[in-house]
Design a protein around this ligand. Structure first.
Ligand SMILES: Cc1cc2nc3c(=O)[nH]c(=O)nc-3n(C[C@H](O)[C@H](O)[C@H](O)COP(=O)(O)OP(=O)(O)OC[C@H]3O[C@@H](n4cnc5c(N)ncnc54)[C@H](O)[C@@H]3O)c2cc1C
Length: 381
């Protein structure tokens, strides 16, 4: 593949796509208005949990998540090899915990369909449950154990993908301030706040929760909105029993990190682009945490933060080429699962840029699926 491409946005999605495009031979320039990884990607808990995140049915989104999980072992190793940077990747498995008898039926029906999709799941009760996770509340009646789920340390992963991009020859420009689309109908030109101009044959838009800003210039509806996630971490000294699995309930999750912290998330708030942390948001987490892991009643989180998940109206990310501009591609709207979905998104975008048809089921992620808007005053030249 030859030619050049600009990637707009340096979160995990833009960086992963930039790396894959470079590996396939393109000249890639990545433009980021702030620091790479400074938004949702640096805030994420790093769970790679397609089964725990998709509890209803095996739709196209579940399929995408599962496909990405299967790419992870090789992909994360390639990122480590290319970047020379190490980061935590832990194949711990997960427990989805039920605290009421009535919830057991729901776990059983999930177990049935998820096993046929390779979860390797089983339901644990009684002593088997507490042997598997000794710190769990004795009020837990059962848990669905999914051994194939895992997690990464997301800020370190994001930094490693950036380093891998640089080592591979991706040009990265950060801290550019506001970047606007100046031309797009044939070639692409972008203008940064300091008036610097960048040109390329092709463009990939991967600006996370900000992707809707491209709606008017491109004349397509992009219904993506920020959903704030507040999250916190406890220090975890060696005297306490470490958590062995990712632990989910219907109210949230807990994940033990190798750096001696226990990360607990996360709220889902509508607060526009505000990333502040509120006492109310964190209190809801701490109150819930101690009901799942009673030892957390004795301690307070030492760190609290928040990030903006890019949520699409129909819950599915936007991945692929624009119908109305074949040289423009979108990879955005990964909501709660952008860390998990990085490898599959990068592979699909690179295939798309190479002109390969995407599998039919990936039609569910077409970026044009919400139709057009009036282009307004913008001419696109
Ligand atoms: C609290 C929390 C916990 C999460 N936990 C998990 C998890 O456990 N597992 C998981 O898979 N996912 C998780 N997620 C979701 C995941 O973080 C996101 O889906 C993912 O980070 C989205 O990546 P992105 O690159 O699209 O967006 P971002 O990381 O937000 O990156 C977008 C980038 O684009 C830049 N940008 C915006 N506009 C422009 C412009 N005009 N020009 C140039 N650059 C621009 C921004 O500055 C930003 O750096 C979590 C999210 C949150 C908030």
């Amino acid at each position: 593949m030859s030619g050049d491409i600009i990637v707009m946005g340096g979160g995990i999605i833009g960086l992963s796509c930039a790396l894959e495009l470079r590996r396939r031979g393109l000249h890639v320039t990545l433009l980021e208005k702030g620091p790479c990884g400074g938004q949702a990607s640096g805030a994420a808990a790093g769970m790679l949990a397609p089964y725990s995140e998709n509890i209803e049915s095996p739709d196209e989104f579940f399929r995408l998540c599962r496909e990405s999980l299967s790419l992870y072992p090789q992909w994360q190793q390639a990122v480590k090899d290319i970047s020379g940077v190490s980061f935590e990747y832990a194949e711990t498995g997960s427990l989805y915990v039920a605290r009421h008898e009535a919830d057991l039926l729901a776990l059983e029906s999930r177990l049935e369909w998820q096993r046929s999709w390779g979860s390797g799941g089983e339901i644990l009760t009684g002593s088997a449950l507490f042997d598997a996770e000794p710190g769990l509340t004795r009020e837990a009646v059962a848990a669905l154990r999914t051994p194939v789920e895992s997690h990464v340390y997301a800020p370190d992963l994001t930094e490693a993908v950036k380093r891998a991009c640089l080592a591979s020859g991706v040009q990265i420009q950060e801290h550019l301030g506001r970047i606007e689309l100046a031309e797009w109908r044939e070639r692409v030109a972008l203008r940064a706040q300091n008036s610097e101009r960048f040109e390329a044959d092709r463009l990939l838009i991967s600006t996370g929760a900000w992707v809707q800003e491209m709606s008017e210039p491109l004349g397509i509806r992009i219904p993506v909105h920020p959903i704030r996630g507040q999250i916190c971490a406890y220090t975890w000294n060696e005297e306490r029993e470490p958590l062995r699995h990712l632990v989910f309930t219907s109210q949230g999750y807990l994940v033990q990190k190798a750096n001696g912290t226990l990360v607990c998330g996360a709220s889902e708030d509508i607060a526009g682009f505000d990333t502040s942390v509120t006492d109310k948001g964190i209190r809801r987490l701490t109150e819930w945490n101690k009901q799942v892991l009673p030892v957390l009643g004795e301690v307070q989180p030492f760190h609290r933060w928040a990030g903006l998940r890019p949520a699409v109206l129909d819950g599915r990310p936007l991945i692929g080429r624009l119908n109305n501009a074949g040289h423009i591609f979108v990879a955005a709207g990964h909501y709660r699962n952008g860390i998990l979905l990085s490898p599959v998104t990068a592979a699909l975008i690179a295939d798309s840029v190479e002109g390969k048809p995407l599998p039919e089921w990936c039609g569910a992620f077409r970026p044009n699926r919400f139709g057009e808007v009036q282009a307004g005053a913008f001419s696109g030249k």
